[in-house]
Ligand binder design. Structure first.
Ligand SMILES: [Cu+2]
Length: 651
């Protein structure tokens, strides 16, 4: 049985066609032909794209609005992976990272200024950092240096099993596993992570062994943020200082200890190397970082009484990938600058794994790690696939909602996250699936907006409720349960800035017509100010837009679930009559979108407005599309937080 990357059943002849196109592209990649070579061979168009010949163009799959991977074209992203047997491996749960003694660190002790001394063993400076730590700051004794807890992690290649039917994959990992180990941090306990780069010289076809690790959604000083241009090389380390302080703790806006209503819960870390984020994350450089405090405690008998970590609180990293049918190896298409869709779905690094659970409540932390796939995740009982299986969504991105919201599904653009509570006691003895039902024919445009019916989508995880009954002391979620209040962003913004996300020359992706540059701060945000940013989507693409350092609230243009909410700009079929150039008034935030967020889905032709405060930390940060292919080519903006800001309205 054969499927394309849109989940549609296809004939063997069609699969062979897709595979041939895929092979043609991989041959070019393996031959390391330059764009100049390709031009001479007549394989590059005047727009700089591979020509529509022998399936070479990643854009040959379908005309706009069609949404189908049609026969005779190159297919959906040219992915034609070999058959793999689903449910052949259990879902791995990455290990919890353990702290070490300061004296156990490899290399010299941490320093506030970057350690530029030359390491005789490598001939390079010990550390890749370029700016001093902002912590400790003055009399803030809660920010000790080097930190309260110390960790060391090593980025290295490792052979990893991803499916019973495929050979072990040589991935790039943190500590030998992908996803990497889960950091479990506490508010008020600063940590320092020494991050060693021991990646190999041979990249096996893709990936760049110069890296920078971003802690996504964290309220982090710039020099520890994993800014795209703060990359460091093999043999070096980079000391990241994560203060784990509530946003506002140094601010004029919110007291001395920060605002508990800004507390974060589910974060993830991933490589952010300028121009190579997609390749490096695809190759395995990602993991979870979760934060607890006195309310969200990880213990179901205290605070909000959410299911206890780690037994009933499970991080799940979703990803889609492509494998070569001849070799079984993970493959990446470096010529695709639109968006890469895989036809194999992985949860925590394994293709279609199995997860055995007790009949009780679980907190599942869902992260869409991309690279370009949007998800709408349902709980499906194949014995009755059309029946809705509602559950409780308790967070949006890394932030607990004011109240749990009962939902039939969760939509996640790339990098978006959601914590959910599912009560498996009602399913004792049953088998369920996490199913992605969102139709997405290509990586460039994003989802069509339509969803398939239950049982017709991609089954990503098999959940078997066959473990014995155990005590459940977690609170029963309800619409009247309260977590954090939503902080006010209703003040008058100091600046309103406008950003247009569009396509530029040679298939590149732009913000206000410009490509990303490491050395150009496009605008300056004034510390301790409220800003409003208006996002406009230039055409028929979907862009998940992520802002570093501070979470925001979407005050206009928050997209709902696909296929069900009548949100016009979510639906290709209604493109003709619905434009949102000058404002969509039908979609102010409600339900799960009444939330703090770090990534907003900008749907085709749509606009969105976000508001946020910038506090505490100074320095360079990024705002970018998190379809990481778009990000690398180079839909990203550097902005700096500074004591004095500017008022550029279209930076
Ligand atoms: Cu994009």
């Amino acid at each position: 049985m054969y499927f394309n990357a849109n989940g549609e059943r296809i004939s063997r002849a069609r699969w062979k066609e897709l595979y041939q196109a895929f092979k043609n592209r991989q041959e070019i990649i393996r031959a390391r032909l330059s764009r100049r070579d390709l031009w001479k061979m007549g394989l590059l168009s005047s727009a700089g794209m591979l020509v529509v010949k022998n399936g070479l163009s990643s854009r040959a799959y379908a005309s706009w609005g069609d949404g189908n991977c049609r026969s005779g074209t190159s297919g959906c992203g040219n992915c034609a992976s070999p058959f793999t047997t689903p449910w052949s491996m259990n879902m791995p749960i990455p290990p919890v990272k353990q702290p070490i003694a300061l004296s156990a660190l490899t290399g010299p002790p941490p320093t506030i200024a970057p350690n530029n001394a030359i390491n005789a063993a490598t001939g390079k400076p010990y550390e890749g950092r370029t700016r001093a730590h902002q912590s400790p700051i003055g009399s803030h004794s809660q920010l000790p240096f080097p930190a309260t807890k110390i960790y060391q992690v090593t980025q290295k290649a490792a052979d990893v099993d991803v499916s019973g039917g495929l050979p072990p994959q040589t991935l790039w990992t943190f500590d030998g596993v992908s996803p990497g180990p889960t950091y479990v941090a506490q508010y008020g306990t600063p940590i320092l992570i020494r991050n060693y780069n021991q990646l190999p010289a041979d990249n096996g076809g893709f990936g760049l062994n110069s890296v920078t690790t971003h802690l996504h959604n964290a309220h982090t000083p710039s020099e520890s943020d994993g800014f795209p241009c703060d990359y460091f090389s093999v043999g070096q380390y980079y000391d990241h200082y994560y203060p784990n302080q509530l946003a506002g703790f140094l601010s004029t806006h919110q007291g001395t200890n920060g605002d508990v209503n800004e507390a974060l819960s589910t974060l993830w870390y991933h490589d952010h190397r300028e121009g190579f984020t997609a390749q490096n994350v695809y190759k395995g450089l990602l993991g979870h970082y979760i934060l607890f405090n006195s309310l969200d405690t990880g213990n179901e008998t205290t605070g909000f009484r959410l299911p206890s970590f780690p037994d009933y609180d499970i991080p799940m990293m979703f990803a889609d990938r492509c494998f070569d049918a001849a070799t079984g190896e993970l493959v990446y298409d470096t010529f695709n600058i639109d968006g890469i869709l895989g036809d194999k779905f992985m949860v925590n690094g394994v293709i279609q794994p199995v997860f055995h659970v007790h009949p009780r409540r679980y907190r599942l932390r869902w992260t869409n790690s991309g690279p370009s796939r949007f998800l709408q995740i349902y709980l499906t009982d194949l014995a009755n696939p059309s029946a809705s299986q509602p559950f409780w969504q308790i967070s949006n991105d890394g932030n607990l909602l004011p109240h749990p919201v009962q939902v039939p599904a969760v939509a996640l653009g790339v990098a978006e996250r959601s914590d959910v509570i599912i009560d498996f006691s009602q399913y004792a003895g049953k088998t369920l699936y996490l199913e992605n039902r969102l139709n997405q024919p290509n990586g460039q445009g994003g989802p069509t907006g339509s969803v398939v019916s239950g049982g017709q989508g991609f089954l990503m995880l098999k959940i078997v409720v066959d473990l014995p009954a155990v005590a459940d002391n977690s609170a029963i979620p309800s619409a009247s349960t309260s977590y954090y209040a939503l902080p006010s962003v209703s003040g008058t913004p100091k600046v309103t800035r406008n950003f247009n996300f569009d396509q530029g020359r040679n298939g590149q992706w732009t913000v206000n017509g410009n490509l990303f540059s490491c050395n150009t701060a496009r605008f300056l945000v004034q510390q301790n100010s409220l800003e409003q940013w208006n996002f406009q989507n230039g055409w028929n693409w979907s862009h998940p837009i992520h802002v570093h350092v501070e979470e925001h609230q979407v005050t206009k243009g928050a997209p709902g679930l696909y296929g069900s909410d009548g949100d016009d700009h979510n639906n290709y079929s209604r493109w003709g009559s619905q434009y949102c150039w000058s404002g969509c008034t039908n979609n102010s935030a409600t339900g799960v979108n009444l939330a703090r967020k770090d990534t907003v889905r900008l749907t085709p032709k749509a606009n969105a407005t976000i508001k946020m405060r910038f506090r505490d930390w100074l320095g360079r940060y990024a705002m970018h599309c998190h379809n990481v292919i778009h990000e690398d080519h180079a839909m990203m903006v550097r902005f700096d937080v500074a004591p004095t800001g500017d008022t550029k309205s279209s930076p």
